[in-house]
Design a protein around this ligand. Structure first.
Ligand code: ADP
Ligand code: ADP
Length: 230
């Protein structure tokens, strides 16, 4: 089965007091993402990248079409259990410590007891935050927030990792750290879907890319195909 499959996915947002304004955020998007791929979602602002991710994460309801994660609907327990998610602003719980945030995420995916303790410790080490995990998230730099965000996404060892602009706003060192962590996940065989504006990230990480423009698939292919032609 495919890691991610969307069929003719469309999303219309309705706006205004009378709900009379419409934004066609997605218009018939079909994507097939094989397990083990690191898949980049590219395109200008407003192209529909976040909307695609939000539909897959069951945060937004598609207007028509379908989406599946390992063959399961986005709102199913099976889909949720297999996915780790790093939203664009990963730390709304700024008064939690980094460790509490990761622990909470682990509990939400069903870890408990010694296994939870072990995994929390393991991922905090993996993102280089063993020593700073006791601080409240509001004290973290942007790079630390992204690293703790990645830690909470991978704590349950998901088969699919979905990342919304994981390196945006980071300096070159922070970007490098996040890239290395994503590469580690790739080596482990995790499927990764992420949206980005940063071409060097795409070159360093992705097997395949899709370019969205105005809610439609403008191009799709291997990184070599897309970065060498035109
Ligand atoms: P991208 O992530 O590629 O920048 P988005 O999926 O965020 O694109 O947005 C696609 C279009 O949908 C844009 O025109 C955006 O303004 C609009 N949009 C996104 N979210 C909402 C929302 N909650 N309500 C209304 N319009 C929205
Ligand atoms: P991105 O495109 O990177 O997701 P945006 O700045 O477009 O970021 O959107 C930020 C938030 O505002 C998102 O949650 C999005 O759903 C919402 N949003 C975007 N455009 C609109 C809009 N026209 N009306 C209402 N909400 C919107």
């Amino acid at each position: 089965t495919l890691a991610i499959e969307t069929r003719d996915l469309s999303k219309t947002y309705r706006l205004g007091f009378w709900m009379n304004k419409r934004v066609l955020a997605l218009q018939g998007l079909t994507l097939n993402i094989q397990p083990g791929q690191v898949y980049g979602l590219l395109g200008p602002n407003g192209a529909g990248k976040s909307t695609t991710i939000k539909i897959l994460m069951n945060l937004v309801q598609a207007t028509s079409g379908s989406a599946a994660i390992f063959g399961h609907a986005p709102d199913s327990k099976e889909a949720r259990r297999n996915v780790g998610f790093l939203p664009e602003n990963p730390a709304p719980y700024e008064y939690l410590t980094g460790e509490e945030f990761v622990r909470l995420a682990g509990q939400l995916v069903g870890l408990s007891g010694q296994e939870l303790d072990r995994r929390v410790k393991e991922v905090l080490g993996a993102v280089g935050m063993s020593r700073t995990a006791g601080l409240q998230i509001r004290r973290y730099s942007k790079g630390m927030v992204q690293r703790i965000g990645l830690a909470q996404a991978i704590v349950g060892q998901p088969k699919l990792l979905v990342l919304d602009e994981p390196t945006s706003g980071l300096d070159p060192v922070g970007r490098r750290e996040i890239r290395d962590l994503i590469l580690q996940e790739r080596e482990r065989g995790t499927t990764v879907l992420f949206c980005t504006h940063i071409i060097p990230d795409v070159e360093a990480l992705c097997n395949r890319v899709a370019v969205l423009v105005n809610g439609r698939l403008a191009r799709e292919g291997s990184v070599q195909e897309l970065l060498t032609t035109q």
